[in-house]
Design a protein around this ligand. Sequence first.
Ligand code: C2E
Ligand code: MG
Ligand code: MG
Ligand code: MG
Length: 276
Amino acid sequence: QVKEKGKGHYRFYRTEMNEAFPNYILMEAHLRKAIEKNEFIMHYQPQVNLLDGKIKSFEALIRWNNRKFGFVSPAQFIPLAEETGLIISIGEWVIHTVCEQLAIWRKKGFKDIRVAINISPKQLLDPNLPTIIKKALLFYQLPASSIEIEVTEGAMEDTRNALSMLQRLKEIGIVISVDDFGTGYSSLNYLKRFPIDIIKIDQSFVKEIQVNEKDAAITKTIINLAHNLGMEVIAEGVEESDQVQFLISAQCLKAQGFYFSRPVSADEIEKNVLCI
Ligand code: C2E
Ligand code: MG
Ligand code: MG
Ligand code: MG
């Protein structure tokens, strides 16, 4: 690990990050300006009901196109945004952009759509988060039920703060899902205590569902766990029809993945998904 001492403060840069990004510090400078330079756009990935094929919800995924770095994956810049605190303003931009899009779709007649927004751990612990979301809902005249937030298990390790935050968001009427379930600090205790509506099965389990017996067993167990707790369940990273068949036979009724659609622009969602 490399430690950077600055004026009275220091930060940790993880070694892998330095290896992956020799221009890590330069990238931070560009990330800092990305909102004002209009370099972000949101893409949306359909979530498909496996029984009737209907699509009523989407996951919003941020995209960054920078002049120097080109397209940068969120898997790369979101951790950087977390470490630098930029995630708070980027997260607020995401919330506003998604709400604006929902308002546009509602005006065009697509009313019962829900969009899931990824919320990173630092954002979840930001005491202003409920106000930011409430203001956006009010400004764009949206029902709270049109917004879902996805939180990872890592965000829930700070149990007390995460619990009170999720309760506040739940009171507003927002749908709450656990993202990448099973890959982090999986505690059945938080499934019991937290107001969780949906469990998202991580794509690492779905990937080899047909060939790996353990992945198959874990996936089935997560599906049953969700249902026994009265929660919904959705499988991520579905790329093949065999996976769809497996999921249907295991009673998982919702999925998202390249098999159905990659994350695409709002325009493409309108042209290819909402019109049908
Ligand atoms: P995630 O929330 O678990 O999102 C799922 C990731 O899997 C997305 O990658 C998506 O493009 C990808 N994916 C979807 N279907 C398939 C498939 O069938 N096969 C494969 N191999 N991949 C699939 P993406 O867009 O690169 O995002 C990576 C991560 O970055 C997200 O993981 C999420 O943790 C984070 N992220 C993305 N957008 C946002 C955002 O607006 N805010 C925050 N805080 N985090 C975000
Ligand atoms: Mg997600
Ligand atoms: Mg995920
Ligand atoms: Mg993920």
